[in-house]
Write a protein that binds this ligand. Structure first.
Ligand SMILES: [Fe+2]
Length: 149
């Protein structure tokens, strides 16, 4: 058995989470309406481009650990902790939905971190540490944007 199997399993859940999150960002990029259109249309694109890079990095980390990344959407839908969203949310609710996804992603990143610590898997820890810091910072900014005043 692969000594990294537990980490790989958790990374595959993270990979599934990121796919659902990525498509939610595209959904919101396309369907956002109202006075914040230009701002959020652009911000959601920036965020999905970042998610796209992370998706590839997570999958290739799994391969680096000599395991196979889950690669089909039907499997992502089953594995992911993240749920799809309506296309008709108002702008502030879209941002709240992204913030909820961040909590789920951070939770899964912490799970991966604990498992990677068990096997002194510093390559994976390097990735999770970076992602956690970035998500926390973007989370603060989206939270600030979402305040009424
Ligand atoms: Fe676009």
């Amino acid at each position: 058995m692969n000594t990294h199997q537990n980490t790989v399993d958790a990374l595959n859940v993270l990979l599934a989470d990121y796919h659902l999150h990525y498509q939610k960002l595209r959904n919101f990029h396309w369907n956002v309406k109202g006075q914040n259109f230009f701002q959020l249309h652009e911000k959601f694109e920036e965020l999905y481009e970042d998610a796209k890079l992370k998706i590839d990095e997570i999958a290739e980390r799994i391969l680096t650990l000599r395991a196979q990344p889950v690669s089909n959407f039907s499997d992502y839908l089953q594995l992911s902790n993240i749920k799809e969203a309506s296309s008709d949310l108002v702008d502030h609710d879209m941002v709240s939905a992204i913030l909820s996804d961040y909590e789920i992603l951070l939770n899964q990143l912490n799970t991966v971190t604990k498992l990677a610590e068990d096997t002194e898997d510093n390559g994976t820890l390097d990735i999770t540490g970076t992602y956690i810091g970035e998500l926390e910072k973007t989370s603060w900014m989206l939270h600030a944007w979402n305040q009424k005043k």
